[in-house]
Design a protein around this ligand. Structure first.
Ligand code: PBG
Length: 330
């Protein structure tokens, strides 16, 4: 890097007009970078606002299909489905997770039938189906790893069978990527992609999401025996390397903005398709401050999303996806 001494170098020259600013712009965000996380509920014609996430609703399958069509019309390449599960269906062994006709799998089928060009990503974790609210099976107060992996494989195969394009294991159990990849190959789903939630932190930024999926009251304790310590960074690289070696096609860092250093290190080290999840708490903070008139919500949305591109991400899961897609259209 060579920088001439002042006044030969004046950094203001390339900022002096919109044209020169455009020419010297290093990163761009496009609609093709966006994955839209959505919440599905039961019923017909049902739309329930999520109080802690202004602008986000839980939709019944019929309305979700309409929303998926709108997303596709905006050019958004993928949505990611999260179910709000009837508490009566939650059990100790989480059997509803691999029911071929569970809410999530019904939503996948309906969207695939109506909007086949839209890629569908899923959540592979047991928390929506678990009486304990944990991502894994709990025995005597312990989240048991290997038994959970077997359950996750069943769940993943049911999602692939329903038509999912990208599986998103968000559970943080050890060995799940390799087990899922082997099962997918064996069952003829060789083109189903895996986006591993590889570096997922034990974060308080997930609070509003747990409201959205009805897991807030259900969760006993915390997720620190499987999700990462926010103080760690080298461990994230080891987890990402491990998941790539086990057959992940894409890797994710989660949450987003507080962990941009992890995105950059991961991209520099592995050069793999790298994504960040701008999670519910990040969305809620921006929406809350904007509603108070303390920040310009539209500008902060765009600035927060370009930050991910600058940090090396190939794409972003964000609740702002439709709003950002509309803003990019102008
Ligand atoms: C759980 C899961 C969580 C999120 C996605 N999948 C929450 C958690 O780990 O407790 C959070 C997403 C968000 O906050 O927007 N498998």
């Amino acid at each position: 890097m060579t920088i001439a001494p002042y006044p030969a170098a004046r950094f203001r020259r390339l900022k002096s007009s919109a044209a020169l600013r455009a020419l010297s712009c290093e990163n761009t965000l496009s609609v093709g970078d966006l994955i839209w996380p959505v919440f599905v509920r039961d019923g017909t014609g049902q739309r329930t606002p999520v109080a802690s996430m202004p602008g986000v609703d839980r939709l019944s399958v019929d309305l979700l299909v309409e929303a998926a069509q709108e997303a596709a019309d905006l050019g958004i390449p993928a949505i990611c489905i999260f179910p709000y599960t009837d508490p009566a269906l939650k059990t100790q062994l989480c059997e509803e997770a691999w029911n071929p006709d569970n809410l999530s799998n019904r939503a996948i089928r309906a969207i695939k039938a109506a909007v086949p060009q839209l890629a569908i990503m899923t959540d592979v974790a047991l928390d929506p189906y678990n009486v304990n609210g944990h991502d894994g099976i709990v025995r005597d107060g312990v989240i048991v790893n290997d038994e959970t992996v077997e359950a996750l494989v069943r769940m993943a195969l049911a999602q692939a069978e329903a038509g999912a394009d990208i599986l998103g294991p968000s559970d943080m159990m050890d060995g799940r990527i390799g087990a899922m990849r082997a099962a997918l190959e064996e069952c003829g789903f060789q083109d189903v992609a895996i986006m591993s939630y590889a570096a997922k932190y034990a974060s308080a930024f997930y609070g509003p999401f747990r409201d959205a999926v009805g897991a807030t009251g259900a969760l006993s304790g915390d997720k620190k025996t499987y999700q990462m310590n926010p103080a760690n960074s080298d461990e994230a690289l080891r987890l990402i390397e491990r998941d790539l070696r086990e057959g992940a096609d894409m890797v994710m860092v989660k949450p987003g903005l507080p962990y941009l250093d992890i995105c950059r290190r991961a991209k520099d080290r592995f050069g793999a398709p790298t994504y960040a999840y701008q999670v519910s708490g990040e969305y809620a903070m921006i929406q809350a401050a904007a509603a108070k008139g303390w920040i310009d919500g539209a500008q902060v949305m765009a600035e927060s999303l370009i930050a991910f591109k600058r940090a090396g991400c190939d794409g972003i899961l964000t609740y702002f996806a439709p709003a950002m897609a509309r803003a990019l259209r102008g």
